[in-house]
Design a protein around this ligand. Sequence first.
Ligand code: ZN
Length: 65
Amino acid sequence: MAPLPKYKISKAAQGKHRSHLAIKAPGLSTCPKCGEKKLPHRVCPNCGTYKGEQVIAIKAKKAKK
Ligand SMILES: [Zn+2]
Protein backbone atom coordinates (compact mmCIF):
# COMPACT_ATOMS: atom_id res chain seq x y z
CA MET A 1 0.00 0.00 0.00
CA ALA A 2 1.35 3.39 -0.96
CA PRO A 3 2.11 5.94 1.75
CA LEU A 4 -0.77 8.28 2.38
CA PRO A 5 -0.96 11.77 3.90
CA LYS A 6 -1.59 11.67 7.62
CA TYR A 7 -4.00 14.59 7.68
CA LYS A 8 -6.64 15.91 5.36
CA ILE A 9 -5.59 19.16 3.65
CA SER A 10 -8.20 21.81 4.35
CA LYS A 11 -9.72 23.66 1.45
CA ALA A 12 -7.99 26.84 2.64
CA ALA A 13 -4.56 25.18 2.59
CA GLN A 14 -5.33 23.62 -0.76
CA GLY A 15 -6.29 27.02 -2.16
CA LYS A 16 -3.09 28.59 -0.84
CA HIS A 17 -1.08 25.85 -2.49
CA ARG A 18 -2.87 26.40 -5.78
CA SER A 19 -2.54 30.16 -5.67
CA HIS A 20 0.72 29.87 -7.60
CA LEU A 21 -0.53 27.50 -10.26
CA ALA A 22 -2.28 29.91 -12.61
CA ILE A 23 -1.00 30.24 -16.18
CA LYS A 24 0.33 33.68 -17.05
CA ALA A 25 0.12 35.32 -20.41
CA PRO A 26 3.41 35.14 -22.36
CA GLY A 27 5.50 38.26 -22.70
CA LEU A 28 5.14 39.97 -26.04
CA SER A 29 7.58 42.11 -27.94
CA THR A 30 7.05 44.08 -31.13
CA CYS A 31 8.70 43.18 -34.41
CA PRO A 32 10.95 46.07 -35.50
CA LYS A 33 10.24 45.39 -39.16
CA CYS A 34 6.51 44.88 -39.44
CA GLY A 35 5.41 46.07 -36.02
CA GLU A 36 3.48 42.90 -35.33
CA LYS A 37 3.41 41.45 -31.80
CA LYS A 38 5.69 38.46 -31.47
CA LEU A 39 7.28 36.27 -28.82
CA PRO A 40 10.66 37.61 -27.67
CA HIS A 41 13.80 35.81 -28.94
CA ARG A 42 11.86 34.16 -31.73
CA VAL A 43 11.57 34.68 -35.44
CA CYS A 44 8.66 36.92 -36.32
CA PRO A 45 5.91 34.68 -37.72
CA ASN A 46 4.50 37.56 -39.74
CA CYS A 47 7.52 38.66 -41.81
CA GLY A 48 10.05 35.90 -41.02
CA THR A 49 12.85 38.16 -39.78
CA TYR A 50 15.04 38.01 -36.70
CA LYS A 51 17.35 40.88 -35.70
CA GLY A 52 16.63 42.52 -39.04
CA GLU A 53 17.68 39.47 -41.06
CA GLN A 54 15.36 37.43 -43.26
CA VAL A 55 15.53 34.00 -41.66
CA ILE A 56 12.55 32.12 -43.05
CA ALA A 57 10.67 32.73 -46.27
CA ILE A 58 7.08 33.86 -45.96
CA LYS A 59 5.21 32.61 -48.97
CA ALA A 60 2.03 34.64 -48.96
CA LYS A 61 0.76 37.42 -46.73
CA LYS A 62 -2.42 36.61 -44.81
CA ALA A 63 -2.80 33.20 -46.46
CA LYS A 64 -3.89 31.64 -43.19
CA LYS A 65 -7.10 30.07 -44.55
ZN1 ZN B 1 7.78 41.02 -38.42
